[in-house]
Design a protein around this ligand. Structure first.
Ligand code: CTP
Length: 414
């Protein structure tokens, strides 16, 4: 697909470069149209290297090839991320005083915008009216979400995460292409979890040592949240049990927040019986301190060496998997530091046998691999230890691909 990515002048432009990267990696031809203001936030070389194309900015460049309309005419999809309050106002007014405005006006392609601005600006009646005008015209909005903004403030106005922008933009393009060809698909691409209840655990648990310290792990929760989103988009009713998660929590799913493994155990074992698919993506602390100090642990009391006594936590996955529940599927995750793929498979096979779950999603981790990254490579094993699926790509696409496997298994299990 020919995709125009419009970058406008907001600090979130630094994050929007991942939209370009993700679309290029997904095989699309990306033409970046950046406003002058955008280039104050991200450098042209970054945009050109990631898009593998020259960046268009100036209305008066390429006049001979009628560039001000050519880019828009050739586009199959236009994504503007970030879309500032100023850009939204200009789009609503149909202004064409820069290349991006011309490109949008000269295009019949679907337009997806990811607003990013401070809460006051987002909630200003002028912006509200401009957004309403755009929505009424069929422009698709992704976000903004609520969260930390550029300054000390937080609230609605933060740009949606790049992988959410990519997923929603591609879904919009697909729906629109289907509409044009008469196939008329209206919502998400696969609705194979319609009527199913899916429980996903995400993030990393934290075990407190004292009021200010904890033992934790490097899980960002990205893969688990991507699974919850993908299950929601496939039509499922989703419960997301979130331990410490570093990405915004999605809308349209029921969220239960937990901190420790004991809390995760409580919440998961209470919810599991009412769900058809349980996906345990959370990174669980295997041990907790035997005692938690009421007061901050002080060096003056502990001296040169400090020994912590830990006790094993219950295994939530094994507990759930060993409860018979016909028709329900239980999926575990395993992040292992293996030397090669065979060693990884060996660890995975031993783990699924021990846990007793229906599937195990296996990946290899290291100091710089997987945690907090946007992409992932996984191997899915079934209960016999056989490889049933392998996937690689963004955590969003991996989540969607493996959910397809579980959805098919669920319908076979009925
Ligand atoms: N898990 C769990 N309860 C625990 C530990 C892990 O439910 N107390 C789940 C995780 O959510 C994951 C799977 O078990 O789905 C595998 O986690 P992992 O940490 O790899 O397994 P462990 O049993 O802790 O094995 P290891 O000794 O290799 O850490």
């Amino acid at each position: 697909m020919n995709i125009v990515v419009g970058i406008t002048g907001g600090i979130a432009a630094y994050k929007a470069v991942n939209v370009i990267r993700g679309l290029v990696l997904a095989g699309h031809d990306v033409q970046v149209v950046a406003t002058e203001a955008a280039l104050r936030f991200v450098g042209r070389p970054t945009l050109e290297a990631l898009s593998r194309n020259t960046v268009a900015t100036d209305l008066y460049e390429g006049v001979a090839e009628v560039r001000h309309v050519a880019i828009g005419q050739a586009a199959d999809l236009i994504v503007i991320a970030p879309a500032t309050a100023n850009t939204i106002a200009k789009l609503a007014a149909g202004l064409a005083d820069d290349l991006l405005g011309n490109t949008v006006l000269a295009s019949r392609a679907p337009l997806v915008i990811a607003p990013a601005m401070h809460t006051e600006m987002w909630q200003n009646p002028a912006t509200t009216a401009n957004v309403a005008t755009l929505v009424a015209r069929g422009v698709h909005l992704v976000g903004p979400v609520s969260g930390q903004l550029t300054g000390k403030d937080s609230g609605p106005g933060r740009m949606a995460e790049p992988e959410d922008i990519i997923r929603e933009a591609l879904a919009v393009a697909e729906v629109s292409a289907d509409g044009a060809s008469g196939a008329g698909r209206s919502t998400a691409v696969h609705r194979d979890l319609e009527g199913r209840r899916v429980l996903v655990t995400a993030g990393g648990t934290r075990e407190p040592l004292d009021p200010v310290r904890f033992i934790g792990n490097r899980s960002s929760g990205k893969q688990g949240v991507a699974l919850a989103v993908a299950a929601r988009d496939r039509g499922a009713e989703v419960t997301l049990i979130a331990a410490h998660v570093e990405v915004p929590l999605p809308e349209g799913v029921e969220v239960v927040r937990v901190e420790t493994t004991a809390e995760l155990f409580e919440a998961t074992t209470a919810s599991a019986p009412s769900h058809d698919l349980v996906v345990m993506a959370a990174a669980v602390a295997d041990y907790r301190p035997v005692s938690i100090s009421d007061d901050k642990i002080k060096k003056a009391h502990t001296g040169e060496h400090l020994t912590l006594e830990l006790v094993q936590n219950p295994d939530i996955l094994a507990t759930i998997a060993h409860e018979p529940h016909p028709g329900r599927l239980v999926v575990g995750f395993a992040a292992e530091t293996a030397d090669d793929h065979d060693a990884l498979l060996e660890l995975g096979r031993a783990k699924i046998a021990r846990k007793g779950c229906d599937f195990l999603v296996l990946n290899s981790v290291g100091w710089r691999k997987v945690f907090a990254a946007d992409s992932n490579t996984v191997t899915v094993l079934d209960a016999s230890g056989a490889i049933v699926f392998e996937a690689s790509g963004s955590k969003t696409s991996v989540a969607d691909d493996i959910l397809g496997v579980f959805a098919a298994a669920l319908s076979g299990a009925q």
